[in-house]
Design a binder for this molecule. Structure first.
Ligand code: FAD
Length: 283
């Protein structure tokens, strides 16, 4: 069931971006966002550091998306380093800046945090933030993992906690990236059997360089199908062809997901509007 007006068009496209390291790079990001607007996304979300360090940047960017571009802007919010006080002040800032949608997350242990501090954090899981965010009037999304979260002992356990996030009020879910659509379809079946009945946006990460496999992809834990390893091997010495093949791969994935009537596609843009334009141009 879909209760969010900005998700009302089935098979919507949405984007994720992240805050630049330096404030000086904001004009470039705003240009990227202006280009992404031309692609008519249902929403654009902006990441948030696990230690909360770029919370002001996230708020600035989401406010630009919401108020200047008039597109639904979703602020990620991680609870790994949140205290009750910082949580309340962050959501107050969001409200004052006209932001009304949040992706509630836990985040991983920040590098500068001890194991003890991480273990005794105020909010253990986003399920503890969600009711407070809902009570404050926010639309709330949560994360889900088609190949299960790396800490979960089993998919069954992960789905149990995912259902809990939905029961606490998550309006919709955004998936971790994946490269094998069959894994996502299996996951949709499993969520359905578990009684999870909110829209699930499919996370797609276009691979545009060999370097991306080493970094982002390894961190996500997504399995890499043979089709993609073959493609990487074939074009390893030709960055331009590799980029083209990566874009075609993502477009193929999206075409197939749309044919299977998934509720929406969430593209991890890595702040690259051209990549998003090229993918959508192929659809
Ligand atoms: P949780 O929902 O807490 O899940 C983590 C683990 O705990 C899972 O194994 C789950 O089964 C278990 N669990 C959940 N609830 C409970 C409970 N009540 N009791 C016991 N166990 C429980 N990270 C960032 O730092 N910034 C970002 O902006 C960001 N954006 C993301 C966007 C998306 C779409 C996704 C998929 C991930 C994003 N991440 C981001 C990464 C995310 O923070 C990590 O994957 C983190 O390890 C888990 O976050 P979570 O919100 O899924 O945690």
């Amino acid at each position: 069931m879909n209760t969010q007006p900005f998700l009302s068009s089935n098979q919507s496209i949405s984007f994720e971006i992240f805050p630049p390291k330096k404030w000086e790079s904001f004009p470039n990001l705003y240009e990227t966002l202006d280009s992404l607007k031309q692609l008519n996304p249902a929403f654009i979300s902006c990441t948030y550091g696990a230690n909360g360090s770029n919370s002001k940047k996230t708020a600035e960017i989401v406010s630009y998306i919401q108020n200047q571009l008039q597109i639904e802007g979703i602020a990620h919010l991680t609870c790994a380093a949140l205290t009750k006080e910082s949580f309340l002040s962050t959501i107050k800032t969001f409200q004052e800046m006209g932001i009304h949608s949040v992706l509630a997350l836990r985040g991983d242990k920040p590098q500068d945090m001890t194991e003890e501090a991480f273990a005794s954090r105020t909010y253990q899981h986003p399920s503890e933030l969600i009711p407070e965010l809902k009570a404050a009037g926010f639309t709330v999304a949560a994360a889900c993992y088609p190949e299960k979260h790396y800490e979960a002992a089993s998919m069954e356990e992960d789905l149990h906690y995912l259902k809990h996030k939905v029961e606490q009020g998550a309006d919709f879910l955004i998936s971790q990236l994946f490269f094998d659509n069959d894994i996502f379809y299996r996951f949709l079946d499993e969520t359905d059997k578990a009684g999870i009945r909110v829209p699930i946006e499919a996370g797609i990460m276009p691979i545009t360089s060999a370097k991306m496999i080493g970094n982002t992809i390894n961190l996500s834990g997504a399995s890499i199908p043979k089709k993609m390893t073959d493609l990487l091997a074939k074009y390893q010495d030709n960055p331009e062809d590799l980029r083209k093949a990566g874009i075609e791969y993502a477009a193929d994935q999206i075409r197939d997901l749309q044919a299977h009537s998934v509720s929406g596609i969430h593209i991890y843009t890595m702040n690259n509007a051209k990549t998003a334009q090229d993918i959508l141009g192929l659809l």
